[in-house]
Design a protein around this ligand. Structure first.
Ligand SMILES: O=C(O)C(=O)C[C@]1(C(=O)O)C=C[C@@H](O)C=C1
Length: 307
């Protein structure tokens, strides 16, 4: 599936999955006045912004139980889009099947690998005699059951997906912990202007001249200026995966770091300049408003008013 051509009058936001996916819910929360464009792959969502089919894309980046979505970190590096916002979405999973199917007759549970991971312990507690199978997205798994009349299969997806695909909810709230949140980032072709009058985050990606051994020193540039590091993720350095130090082969990484500070602040500019001194590669992925509980509750969404 590729995104449909867009109507030039309306703003569009691309997401991965089909109607009823959590990414669609995140798009509605972040950009309530936008039309949504479903994409079959994460990369298609990036491309639809690059090719001007969509104005923005929304991508899951990490989950409080399942961890980081590595694929999207790699794609952030491969593509040149800017992060302009973030949104935290509570994720409340349901186990669903065709009407009349009982829990005892389920032999297969299908869903997005993140959703399967977030419900692993609960599925065991439910005493299911079923194999888990990965699917491209949660709502797509629900759709599959409906389309092919799969009597022995259940899906993990949202209550909205159950409604859209006419499935019955067998168990509600099956995430292993109620504090199950996915953080999504909003991507655009253009950056937003950094501000200092409200909480902003800055996301960067870098590789170090001397490898991991200088990571502590590099990050202390932020600590020294009392800038809070909210996230760090390492991924293989695809252009330079191994460093030979005498007889030892060391793995090389690129580091994704997020700081609770705006690039409009002098302390952030200074810390970044210092980090660059240790880096063989450095890029700002975005400087954007933090998703703060009171703000995400507003029905304005979190995308800047320029959209
Ligand atoms: O499959 C979906 O519904 C998605 O939006 C994807 C996704 C993910 O990639 O983590 C988003 C939120 C949930 O954590 C589970 C799956």
């Amino acid at each position: 599936m590729s995104p449909a051509p867009k109507d030039a009058q309306k703003p569009y936001v691309a997401y991965q999955g089909v109607a009823g996916a959590y990414s669609e819910a995140a798009a509605a929360k972040a950009c309530p006045n936008f039309e949504t464009i479903p994409c079959d792959q994460f990369e298609t969502a990036f491309q639809s912004v690059e090719n001007r089919i969509a104005d923005l894309a929304i991508l899951p980046i990490e989950n409080s139980l399942g961890g980081s979505i590595h694929r999207n970190y790699d794609l952030l590096l491969r593509h040149n889009l800017h992060i302009i916002g973030e949104v935290l979405l509570p994720v409340h999973h349901c186990l669903m099947a065709l009407p009349g199917v009982r829990l005892e007759s389920v032999r297969r549970v299908i869903s997005h690998p993140q959703a399967l991971a977030q419900c692993e312990q609960t599925l065991t507690k439910l005493g299911l005699n079923a194999a888990c199978e990965a699917f491209d997205d949660t709502a797509g798994a629900a759709e599959q059951i409906s389309l092919y009349n799969l009597q022995d299969t259940a899906a993990i997806a949202s209550a909205r997906a159950a409604k859209i695909y006419n499935l019955e909810i067998l168990a509600n709230g099956i995430q292993d912990d109620s504090r199950n949140f996915t953080r999504f980032v909003v991507l655009s072709r253009d950056p937003v202007d950094p501000r200092a009058d409200r909480p902003f985050k800055t996301s960067v990606v870098f590789a170090l001249e001397n490898g991991t051994s200088s990571l502590f020193k590099a990050l202390s540039a932020f600590e020294a200026r009392k800038i809070n590091l909210s996230k760090i993720e390492s991924r293989p350095h695809k252009n330079f995966p191994i460093r030979l130090v005498e007889t030892v082969k060391r793995f090389e990484y690129v580091f994704f770091a997020e700081f609770e500070a705006s690039m409009a602040e002098v302390r952030t500019q200074e810390a970044m300049a210092e980090l660059k001194e240790y880096s063989s590669f450095f890029r700002v992925l975005g400087c954007y408003p933090m998703d703060i509980a009171s703000e995400s509750a507003s029905n304005e969404g979190i995308v800047p008013s320029t959209y």
